[in-house]
Design a binder for this molecule. Structure first.
Ligand SMILES: Nc1ncnc2c1ncn2[C@@H]1O[C@H](COP(=O)(O)OP(=O)(O)OP(=O)(O)O)[C@@H](O)[C@H]1O
Ligand SMILES: [Mg+2]
Length: 254
C-alpha cells in the first residue's frame, strides 16, 4: 500500500498512463509483460515444452538480461515478446497491447514501430551493402529516398561503421556485422530492443564494444532492452538478470 492508501500498482498504473511518472527502474511503466506464458512445440507425436508458465514484467527503460542453460527457453521467450511467434497459452503484452492476440498484419506493423531485433539468424542480405541493408526497411516502409539515406548515414556513424558503408556483409568482421545489425535494428527508432546473444562468437574486446553500444542506446534513448546471453560479464551490463531453467523462471537467484 502507498501513503495515499491505494494499492501501489493502481497508483503506478494511473500515474504512468497520465504523466509518464517513474522512480528509477522500480517504476511500473510496464513495457513488456508476460502472463503465465506456455509454449509447446509439437513435432510429430512429441511435445516439447519450451516455456512452462513464465510471468514477468519489464519496466520501460530497463535493461533486462535473460540467462539460463541451452534449451531453457530464452530464445523462445524473446520470439514471443517480439511477436515472431505466439504462446500456446498465456498472454504477452507490449506497451499495453496484447501482442499475442493481434492479427498477423497488425503484429507486423506493431513490431516495426516498437521493436528492434538483434538476432544472429535475423540475416542481413548478403548482396546489399551495409548502407543498403540499413536503408531497406525504410524503403519497404515507403520513406522518401533522401530521408532514408540521411537516417542510414546517421545510424552507421552512430555504430562506428561510416567508413564501411559500401562493404557487403561478407566484407565485414564479426563485430562489424553485429554493429550493422544494431544499426538496422534502430532504423525505426524503436522503444524496445531485443538481442539474442549479441556478443556470441565475438572476442571480449569486440563484445565489450557491442555491449557498450547497447547500453548507451538503453540509457540515452530510454530504450527498453531485453538481452539473452550466456556470458556472465555481458550480463553485468544489465539492470537485472532473469534466470530461466526448464522453461521456467528460477526465483531466488542472486
Ligand atoms: N521450432 C521449434 N520446434 C521444436 N522445438 C523447438 C523449436 N524451437 C525451440 N525448440 C525447443 O524448445 C526448447 C527451448 O528452445 P530455445 O531455443 O528457446 O532455447 P535457448 O534457451 O534459447 O537455448 P540456447 O541457449 O541453446 O540458444 C529447446 O528444447 C528446443 O529444442
Ligand atoms: Mg537461444
Amino acid at each position: 500500500m502507498t501513503d495515499t492508501g491505494q494499492p501501489r500498482s493502481s497508483v503506478y498504473g494511473l500515474r504512468s498512463a497520465q504523466e509518464g511518472w517513474r522512480e528509477g527502474v522500480a517504476c511500473d511503466l510496464r513495457m513488456i509483460r508476460s502472463i503465465n506464458v506456455r509454449k509447446v512445440y509439437r513435432q510429430g507425436r512429441n511435445e516439447i515444452t519450451a516455456l512452462a508458465g513464465v510471468s514477468l514484467d519489464i519496466p520501460k527503460g530497463e535493461f533486462a538480461v535473460i540467462m539460463g542453460p541451452s534449451g531453457s527457453g530464452k530464445s523462445t521467450l524473446l520470439h514471443l515478446i517480439g511477436g515472431l511467434d505466439r504462446p500456446t497459452q498465456g498472454e504477452v503484452l507490449v506497451d499495453g497491447r496484447i501482442i499475442s492476440q493481434m492479427p498477423d498484419d497488425e503484429v507486423t506493423l506493431f513490431r516495426r514501430s516498437k521493436i528492434g531485433f538483434i538476432f544472429q539468424f535475423f540475416n542481413l542480405l548478403p548482396t546489399l551493402t551495409a548502407e543498403e541493408n540499413v536503408i531497406l526497411p525504410l524503403v519497404l516502409d515507403g520513406r522518401p529516398t533522401v530521408q532514408t539515406k540521411t537516417r542510414a548515414e546517421m545510424l552507421l556513424e552512430r555504430v562506428g561503421l561510416a567508413a564501411r558503408k559500401d562493404h557487403l556483409p561478407e566484407e565485414l568482421s564479426g563485430g562489424e556485422i553485429q554493429r550493422l545489425a544494431i544499426a538496422r535494428a534502430l532504423v525505426f527508432n524503436p522503444p524496445i530492443l531485443l538481442a539474442d546473444e549479441p556478443t556470441g562468437n565475438l572476442d571480449s574486446k569486440t563484445g565489450g564494444a557491442i555491449l557498450e553500444l547497447i547500453r548507451n542506446i538503453n540509457q540515452e534513448e530510454d530504450c527498453t532492452v531485453v538481452m539473452v546471453t550466456h556470458n556472465r560479464e555481458a550480463a553485468g551490463c544489465g539492470d537485472r538478470i532473469i534466470y530461466l531453467k526448464d522453461g521456467m523462471i528460477e526465483e531466488g537467484r542472486p
